[in-house]
Design a protein around this ligand. Structure first.
Ligand code: SF4
Length: 381
């Protein structure tokens, strides 16, 4: 059982972050913000993938001008990501952003930060204080280079300075991110800051890399911090489609027991007993399950000999079949297996309930899934 750190709660539109609320999933649009159509379409797609909060870059007055229409069309609360120019932050609040991501250190003078905090307070808009290892203030950077502080300690000092700056303006609707592309530094920084403030944390490993590398680095970094109970909202950062960030984030939450309303797919690694196209079937079943928000366990296993037994916990499963009942562990001939030329079984809780040709197995699986969901008062879409 993961024990979450106690934090203050803030609200990003309808989504509560911190205070024990479910860990929310964020992503960021990758379209030019000035392209309202493309950005709105991407936000719709992110919502369908299960995103809770979406961040949109506001790098220019033109982007700020496009934001109101994007907000109006968005099914998700939008966080405006602003650097350097406090007027853009003010324009984003005016446009209806549900949150701001700024670095108070680069927004300018105290008066400018105060103007942003006042506007945010008036509209009930929280601010994310974002500290990035790559853009630390020069004095802190020098202390790191001089060996006085570790990078993670310097990130924490920077965050605390920014938090104080905003809190001194009587603004407490703050969440914090401490991002480094290095997993160990990221984890250390969040662990250190957790002892020194009660702001909710936005957790991610920044510039994590391509889909494969980034998934691994994010799973390591966010996974550890989920286990520590330090994540309040997460963003998996990938060089790839933002929807993939959301899928990875949701699976990560589910793997750590933080999302209980999601299906679990288990599949065997395949071996010499495999008699169906496990890889292809697992991918297709995974795509089917993406549209279902119900805590069911589904298995795709290569053989009838071990599959139903090994995946006994699965509510519903597919396994390759030798063409009949298991016969003392004998398997079907290897030359008879193929992407669609084999036979398969459908099982529930380890018990075989149907047999069919491999080419029909997805159709039969869907029928059984429908039946299972109907028993729970749910549907596939
Ligand atoms: Fe091999 Fe069957 Fe186990 Fe898959 S379920 S790894 S095919 S023995």
């Amino acid at each position: 059982m993961i024990r979450r750190r106690k934090t203050r709660a803030i609200r990003v539109g309808p989504v509560t972050v911190g205070g024990g609320a479910p860990v929310s999933v964020q992503s960021m649009t990758k379209t030019p913000t000035t392209d309202v159509e493309a950005t709105a379409a991407q936000i719709d797609s992110l919502a369908r993938a299960g995103c809770d909060i979406v961040r949109v870059a506001v790098p220019s007055p033109e982007a700020a001008g496009a934001l109101a229409e994007i907000v109006r069309r968005s099914p998700l609360p939008i966080v405006a990501d602003v650097h350097f120019d406090h007027r853009l932050a003010l324009a984003a609040v005016e446009a209806g952003a549900a949150g701001l991501r700024i670095n108070p250190g680069n927004i300018g003078s105290r008066e400018k930060v105060a103007a942003v905090a006042a506007a945010a307070r008036e509209r009930g808009v929280p601010i994310r204080v974002g500290v990035n290892a790559g853009s630390l203030e020069k004095p802190l950077r020098r202390r790191v280079e001089g060996g006085e502080l570790s990078l993670s300690e310097a990130m924490v000092e920077s965050a605390l300075r920014h938090i104080r700056l905003v809190e001194d303006l009587d603004f407490r609707e703050i969440k914090v991110s401490l991002k480094a592309s290095d997993v160990v530094t990221t984890v250390e920084a969040y662990r250190l800051l957790a002892k020194r403030c009660d702001c909710p944390f936005h957790v991610g490993v920044t510039e994590a890399g391509t889909i494969r590398a980034g998934t691994i680095r994010s799973a390591a970094g966010i996974g550890i911090l989920l286990m520590d109970g330090l994540c309040d909202t997460i963003r998996v950062s990938l060089t790839g489609p933002p929807e993939e960030e959301v899928r990875v984030a949701r699976r990560l939450l589910q793997a750590m027991g933080e999302r209980r309303n999601e299906p679990i797919l288990i599949s065997c690694p395949t071996c010499g007993r495999t008699s169906i196209d496990v890889v292809g079937l697992a991918e297709q079943v995974e795509a089917i399950l993406e549209r279902i928000h119900e805590p069911i366990c589904v298995a795709v296993m290569g053989c009838e000999v071990n599959g139903p037994g090994e995946a006994r916990e699965a509510d519903l499963g597919i396994a390759g079949s030798g063409g009949g009942a298991p016969r003392g562990g004998r398997t079907r001939r290897r030359d008879a297996r193929g992407p669609c030329g084999g036979r398969g079984v459908i099982f529930r809780k380890g018990e075989i309930v149907r047999r069919c040709a491999e080419r029909e197995i997805l159709k039969v699986f869907r029928e059984e899934l429908d039946s299972l969901l109907a028993q729970r008062g749910k549907t596939q879409d």
